[in-house]
Design a protein around this ligand. Structure first.
Ligand SMILES: NC(=O)c1ccc[n+]([C@@H]2O[C@H](COP(=O)([O-])OP(=O)(O)OC[C@H]3O[C@@H](n4cnc5c(N)ncnc54)[C@H](OP(=O)(O)O)[C@@H]3O)[C@@H](O)[C@H]2O)c1
Length: 267
């Protein structure tokens, strides 16, 4: 991280959801290298424990673990009570945890759909609602929300996932404007395909991930965008160009092209 970033959160606390893998894990590593204390959450405790011991051995920081399953509606308030109980003032909230569900909308199970909306949308709003009052009161604090380039268009065979990411983007951009007068910064980070466990979890085809970016790069772009006061940042020149191009094309055409790329094998 650059010096500017290092100073911004050095000695303060960041809470990262989805810290056990992918972009969340990289965000944890980069923030730790900049001297930020961390509250890490995800379901896989063994992964969190290993990350915590690696990071606290390498950097002079404190790390707290708060394992939680964000499909449970109570999880955001349980995480909040955990940090309150420890007297931790969260300066940076990273709403990163999320997953996709690939396939025809009528074939994805109702429970998987509901869980995806809970993790990708409701938990994001829940945690943001819990942590922003203190930020507003002390007139500083930052929120990073993982959206996606999928937030800018319809993505057939990933329709509900893309809609959750559109929700995240619009939510982030709205509250960025609302909270700026209180010194609270909010940024939506919009990656394109990124080399993480996401593809396997969503069971998406390989062809979509051929030109994937690294999680390390995406995490850096997100922290830089947030520190620069941007309300939205798209990672990668190709992805930025794609999003710009989509604005000019008819929406139906964009959806049809995406559908051709995403169509499940043999369907
Ligand atoms: N990879 C991409 O191509 C891409 C592109 C655009 C946007 N994004 C967004 O980036 C974010 C991070 O994804 P990633 O690519 O890093 O994926 P990943 O490698 O699969 O990591 C996802 C993280 O979310 C956590 N998570 C998933 N379900 C959870 C649950 N029910 N409760 C608590 N934590 C949960 C996972 O932890 P546990 O399994 O241990 O709980 C894991 O730490 C997501 O919001 C995703 O939508 C990814």
């Amino acid at each position: 991280m650059s010096d500017n970033l290092t100073k911004r959160w050095s000695g303060k606390w960041a809470l990262i959801t989805g810290a056990s893998a992918g972009i969340g894990l990289e965000l944890a590593k980069q923030l730790a290298a900049g001297g930020t204390n961390l509250v890490l959450t995800a379901r896989r405790v063994d992964r969190l424990q290993k990350l915590a011991s690696d990071l606290s051995a390498r950097h002079a920081i404190q790390v707290e673990l708060c394992p939680a399953d964000l499909t449970r509606p109570e999880a955001p308030s349980e995480i909040f009570h955990f940090t309150q109980g420890k007297g931790i003032e969260v300066e940076l909230l990273v709403n990163n945890a999320g997953f996709g569900a690939f396939g025809y909308v009528h074939e994805i199970t109702e429970s998987r759909m509901a869980e995806m909306i809970q993790v990708n949308c409701s938990a994001v709003v829940g945690l943001t609602r819990l942590y922003t009052p203190a930020m507003v009161e002390r007139r500083h604090g930052d929120v990073l929300i993982l959206a996606s380039v999928a937030a800018f268009q319809a993505v057939p065979f990933n329709s509900a996932y893309a809609a959750t990411k559109a929700f995240d983007l619009i939510f982030a951009e709205g509250i960025a404007e609302e909270l700026s007068e209180f010194g609270v910064r909010v940024c939506a980070l919009c990656p394109g395909s990124t080399d993480t466990e996401f593809q396997g979890v969503a069971q998406q085809p390989d062809r979509v991930f051929r030109s994937a970016e690294t999680a390390e790069k995406v995490a850096r772009v997100g922290l830089e965008g947030l520190a620069a006061g941007k309300s939205c940042v798209i990672s990668g020149a190709k992805n930025r160009l794609m999003v710009e191009g989509e604005r000019l094309a008819p929406r139906r055409f964009v959806a049809r092209m995406a559908g051709k790329m995403m169509r499940p094998e043999g369907s």
